[in-house]
Design a protein around this ligand. Structure first.
Ligand SMILES: [Fe+2]
Length: 140
């Protein structure tokens, strides 16, 4: 009887230790899942993913602001086999500003008018027909 009680206590202790370790690991697992949610889906200068630095140099959209005009350019070739398909612009809070699509005959440059007096984050995207979806941002 005493032996059964001792074995039960050991099992309870093992269960508690396992559950404690599992609970401690949960935040780390959640962070890992959050960090990988966009991995190899959305590419940036800091995270070119599986494409690497050579591809990054020609795909990260470059945004500049002069007055209320936002200009987005992608330093990329434009050939029928390989070209920039589109740019998109989103402002702070997810406010959609615009989108421009391109054909291989176009230059991958687009312009947009910012709302009067706009101050905040501007996120721009560039999509390549071969090299996926690239994002950069600036604050005006
Ligand atoms: Fe490309």
């Amino acid at each position: 009887m005493q032996r059964d009680k001792l074995n039960m206590d050991r099992r309870d202790l093992a269960k508690a230790a396992f559950l404690g370790a599992a609970m401690a690991a949960l935040p780390a697992m959640s962070r890992a899942q959050a960090a990988s949610a966009d991995e190899n889906l959305v590419f940036t200068a800091d995270d070119p993913g599986h494409w690497g630095d050579a591809v990054k140099a020609k795909h990260v959209p470059v945004a500049t602001v002069s007055g209320s005009t936002l200009t987005v350019t992608t330093p990329h070739v434009m050939t029928p086999a390989h070209y920039i398909v589109s740019h998109s612009v989103v402002l702070a809070g997810g406010q959609y500003l615009g989108r421009r699509t391109f054909t291989p005959a176009d230059m991958p440059t687009s312009t947009y008018t910012l709302p009067d007096g706009y101050k905040g984050k501007v996120t721009v995207t560039s999509t390549c027909n071969l090299h996926d979806f690239w994002v950069s941002s600036l604050t005006v």
